[in-house]
Design a protein around this ligand. Structure first.
Ligand SMILES: O=C(O)C1=C[C@@H](OP(=O)(O)O)[C@@H](O)[C@H](O)C1
Ligand SMILES: C=C(OP(=O)(O)O)C(=O)O
Length: 433
């Protein structure tokens, strides 16, 4: 069913990447770290539980603030049971980094989606630092790893643009003697670097010939912090696109994190004609933040520069929905990484949008979408449901497509949404009521 306009003011939950990292670094600091605005989604709760299994004391207070008493760098304890990472790639890969330089072993398990995702990208560098892995040849979960004490510092050039791989190595470097160096040819989200510095780690970032060279000194001592987690731009993305597409919308999304390594979607939507205003720009928890005022605007298709991909890597599914309503053709490329997320997001979105009546062509590394020029999509037909493949972003993106379709969009399950945005559906209904 076509939706009414989105109006009023909303607040999206805390940033998932920053939430994971605040729990991990809090668990490594000596003393009490306090975190407000933590995302209480399943992925982040999996990180909290794993850090408890390794010795940290983590509690949620009545007002919603989280308190973490850490064990100190080098102080992680051997978990007595496997670490269940659920659906969360970030939890898995960053925790592998932490364990790599502790003298403990751990088994990682996950759901059917996570158990298909490539872990070789962290196994390889962490093995160079001395960690051992009992894993299948394909390098997927379940797997058991054995940390090295002491681990060996190294210089590693990232072969894939991945903040998770970068962060895993930097976290391993915290308890490694000497200096661990990561060379990042293409910049990815830099929350780890910002937060490691905030906790007092010795970390430097230099730009040389367009590459980022990040060095962290080991045997670090982290000081506990008070952290305010800004709103997640990847969650705000669904509302930015919804308000842009639905006629008559005028929505303010408060407190959205606008770290430049995350803000690519806003840039791309503006190039397509979107009206997105940044109000009250400020800093929260060491990250740039603003309230976003989004008004309906007609969009035009564009060729999306692949260089922008890392700064909006999780936003492509919902950008594809925006493109399906734009005037003309939108072409995306350079998106191979989308094939190894919670689902293969290129083929999942090609299928989902086609099922809802959009004109989409799948290429090896992207989608080409011929938009309706503002006409509503048909929606899914009786007896047909979008397959979300245990992927929260497919479910939420197609819910937005449903708002701009004649017949609505049916999805097979909304359960995956709880991994990153438990209140998504009620917030959406509230804003478009
Ligand atoms: O470091 C992080 O917190 C994340 C990095 C990205 O993954 P990759 O590093 O695999 O690109 C992103 O897709 C994920 O949602 C969160
Ligand atoms: C890719 C994502 O998360 P993760 O890798 O942590 O599962 C995501 O949230 O879109």
């Amino acid at each position: 069913m076509p939706s009414g306009p989105l109006r009023g003011r909303i607040r999206v939950p805390g940033d998932k990447s920053i939430s994971h990292r605040s729990l991990m670094l809090g668990a490594l600091a000596v003393g009490e770290t306090r975190v407000s605005g933590l995302l209480e989604g399943e992925d982040v709760l999996a990180t909290a539980e794993a850090m408890r299994q390794m010795g940290a004391t983590i509690t949620r207070e009545a007002g919603g603030t989280w308190s973490i008493h850490g064990v100190g760098v080098g102080g992680l304890l051997q978990p007595a049971a496997p670490l269940d990472m659920g659906n969360s790639g970030t939890s898995t890969r960053l925790l592998m980094g932490l364990i790599a330089s502790h003298g403990i072993s751990a088994t990682f398990t996950g759901d059917a989606s996570l158990s298909k995702r490539p872990m070789g990208r962290v196994i390889e560098p962490l093995s160079l630092m001395g960690a051992g892995f009992d894993a299948s040849d394909g390098g997927t979960l379940p797997l058991t790893m054995h940390g090295a004490l002491p681990a060996v510092p190294m210089t590693y050039r990232l072969p894939v643009a991945s903040a998770q791989v970068k962060s895993a190595i930097l976290l391993a470097g915290l308890n490694t003697p000497g200096v661990t160096t990561v060379i990042e040819p293409v910049p990815t989200r830099d929350h780890s670097e910002r937060m490691l510095r905030g906790f007092g780690a010795e970390l430097t970032v230099d730009e040389v010939d367009g590459e980022r060279i990040i060095k962290v000194r080991g045997d670090a001592e982290l000081r506990p912090q008070t952290i305010e987690v800004p709103g997640d731009p990847s969650s705000a993305a669904f509302f930015i696109v919804a308000a842009t597409l639905v006629e008559g919308s005028d929505l303010v999304i408060e407190n959205v994190g606008l770290n430049p390594t995350r803000a690519g979607l806003i840039e791309v939507l503006r190039l397509m004609g979107a009206s997105i205003e940044e109000l009250d720009a400020r800093e929260v928890g060491g990250e740039p933040v603003a309230d976003l005022r989004v008004r309906h605007a007609p969009l035009s298709g564009i060729d999306v520069d692949p260089a922008v991909a890392p700064s909006m890597i999780d936003e492509f599914p919902v950008l594809f929905v925006a493109a399906a309503l734009a005037k003309g053709t939108t072409r995306t490329s350079g998106l191979e990484e989308l094939r190894v997320k919670e689902s293969d997001r290129i083929s999942a979105m090609a299928e989902a949008l086609a099922l809802a009546g959009a004109r989409v062509e799948e290429t090896e590394d992207g989608l080409t979408i011929h938009g309706t020029g503002g006409e509503l999509l048909r929606g899914t037909q009786d007896g047909h449901e979008v397959l979300t493949h245990l992927d929260h972003r497919i479910a939420m993106s197609m819910a937005i497509a449903g708002l701009v379709s004649r017949d609505g969009v049916a999805v097979d399950s909304t359960a995956p949404i709880a991994t990153s945005f438990p209140d998504f559906l009620s917030l959406l209904h509230g804003a478009s009521a």
